[in-house]
Ligand binder design. Sequence first.
Ligand SMILES: C[S@@+](CC[C@H](N)C(=O)[O-])C[C@H]1O[C@@H](n2cnc3c(N)ncnc32)[C@H](O)[C@@H]1O
Length: 252
Amino acid sequence: MKRKTLKWLGFLAGVGLVLWLWQRDRATGGVGRRLKYATIRLSRSARLVRGRERATWVHRFYALLAPAYDLLFLKMPGYRQAARDLIERLDVGAHDTVLDVGCGTGLLTLPLAERAGRVVGLDLSPAMLEKLAAKAARRDLTVELRQGSVLELPFADEEFTIVTTAFMLLYLTPAEKQRAMAEIRRALAPSGRLGCLSSLGEIADIFLIREEWEGLLTGAGFTDVQIEERYDVFRLVIARKRDVNDHQGDVL
Ligand SMILES: C[S@@+](CC[C@H](N)C(=O)[O-])C[C@H]1O[C@@H](n2cnc3c(N)ncnc32)[C@H](O)[C@@H]1O
């Protein structure tokens, strides 16, 4: 079967699955809310990839999903707005150099590029990066793209003032999440900010619950952890890299 036909079959199967999950969620309220819950539950397909050899599995998974990704996920009510809310909360400005890890087709990367001085998008999947490159070109936005893993960031220490990530950590095992946060911390400048967009672990267990976020981030050397909820299903997590000055009070 042709590759294009396979992609469309994958897309139609995805839409069918969302609709099926949607009608199962009758108890959860209005159309928008049911659609959001259904799409978030679809993210459980990440389990197919988690814990496997990523260089192969993520490539294959997203080579199939990339053509339909924006239609399946980014159209979900509140998704883009939650991303914009995160950028707003991080107070991104022209002086910032921002790394978006697991950038995908640019949910955060493109609006970041409208505000920051320099934006780099990193992703494991060449198919997702290609799609993002085409979107950036159409909008005349400058974004540097790198293929690579959050587990081994191909960047210098303290290169960025802000690191963001949306819906990427769900692919990592608990030990990998810790390693990812250590890498992100290394790439952040002193007092650099971290902004994460996710969904509520209370709805679908592939996402972290509030206490898990706090434990992960404080354990990895972040402070001022703020956790907020948006539009029924989204979670914004903001933190700051803890640096030596934060401990001065303890020493005195
Ligand atoms: C659900 S998509 C999210 C994309 C985008 N951030 C968004 O919210 O629309 C997850 C992305 O994470 C990427 N990814 C998965 N594991 C990764 C890793 N170890 N390092 C970098 N990117 C990874 C995938 O290739 C995919 O593009």
